[in-house]
Design a binder for this molecule. Structure first.
Ligand code: NDP
Length: 291
């Protein structure tokens, strides 16, 4: 048996079509389209490549996207002042702060200055809190992309044993909440799980496995339960190749569905950012929007 590939590019293309239609409707009913800004500190080549892909996807959907580059050595207060200015600007509907930020900037502090209705990545603590009670549509993009992949399989999550490896604020923790909403039984593993020598035993019983760590081949293919769904979020450069956190070749023989790396979660994540941009726009133009 060989798993079906969960092709992120084709899933992203389908969602982009839907979002494009929604933007067309918004343009018709409000005379405006969402305008998003990505604040980048310094001009790192790798980060620019990611921002360029966001810009390309925004253009495909009909969203305005602007990369605002500020000096790498900007003070935290000056950065906060820029964010406050963007918060007040009614022509800007979504704001994100490009990561990584320089070490003198406390990301958690500045992220909380992004207006909660313009919070493109859903990382303001107020939105994270609202996620618990399902009161926000501004959902962190990578967990949202994982959910899109899972829904695309049409396998019900209710009652399934789901194991997440990695408990970061942007992936594992919010994903845990999204899965609980679907009545999956969720186990979240992290470094201490590995230290306790228990990672394999958790992975082995996963009907659905999501790995977001950033360590190539952390998850051995032979650990995968027969028929499991495997979502590999990890992105690792190994020589001249990009690989995930799961030993793909062996895992593919045991899983029912598996995401490739690259080309799995990544392309859908960028589209989720745009979906948040549309939701943010709707929050701010609520009274005018008819769709
Ligand atoms: P973080 O470094 O913030 O989190 C990594 C997590 O893995 C932490 O919870 C850490 O635990 C845990 N961890 C580390 N080592 C082990 C181990 N040996 N066993 C079990 N758990 C371990 O990373 P991110 O969440 O930001 O990203 C994770 C990966 O996903 C990276 O490769 C990143 O590039 C990729 N990524 C991909 C995206 C996409 O769109 N495809 C988007 C975002 C990220 P602890 O904190 O306790 O040490």
């Amino acid at each position: 048996m060989s798993a079906k590939l969960l092709d992120g590019k084709s899933l992203a293309a389908q969602i982009k079509e839907k979002l494009k239609r929604e933007v067309d409707q918004l343009r018709a009913s409000t005379g405006q389209v969402p305008r998003l800004v990505n604040i980048m500190l310094g001009n790192d080549h790798g980060s620019c490549a990611y921002a360029n892909s966001q810009k390309r996807v925004a253009e495909q959907i009909g969203i305005q996207y602007e990369l605002v580059t500020l000096p790498h050595n900007i003070s935290q207060q000056d950065l906060i002042d820029h964010i406050k200015r963007f918060n007040r600007d009614e022509h800007i509907h979504g704001i994100m702060i490009h990561k990584p930020v320089p070490t003198h900037i406390q990301y958690r502090v500045v992220a909380n200055y992004v207006d909660i209705t313009k919070d493109l990545e859903g990382i303001n603590v107020a939105n994270i809190g609202k996620l618990i009670v399902q009161e926000t549509k501004l959902i962190p993009c990578t967990p949202a992309a994982v959910m899109e992949h899972l829904h695309s399989t049409r396998v019900p999550l209710r009652g399934k044993e789901v194991v997440i490896v990695g408990h970061s604020e942007i992936v594992g923790k919010p994903l845990n909440l999204l899965l609980l909403e679907e009545y999956a039984t969720v186990t979240v593993c992290h470094i201490a799980t590995s230290e306790a020598g228990k990672l394999m035993e958790h992975v082995r019983r996963a009907d659905v496995l999501v790995v977001a760590v950033g360590k190539p081949a952390l998850i051995k293919g032979e650990w995968i339960k027969q028929g499991a769904i495997v979502i590999d979020v990890g992105i690792n450069q190994v020589g001249d190749k990009i690989v995930g956190d799961v030993e793909f070749e062996v895992a593919q023989k045991k899983a029912s569905y598996i995401t490739p790396v690259p080309g799995g979660v990544g392309p859908v994540t960028v589209v989720m950012l745009m979906r948040n941009g549309i939701e943010a726009f709707k929050l701010q133009t609520k009274s005018k929007v008819k769709v």
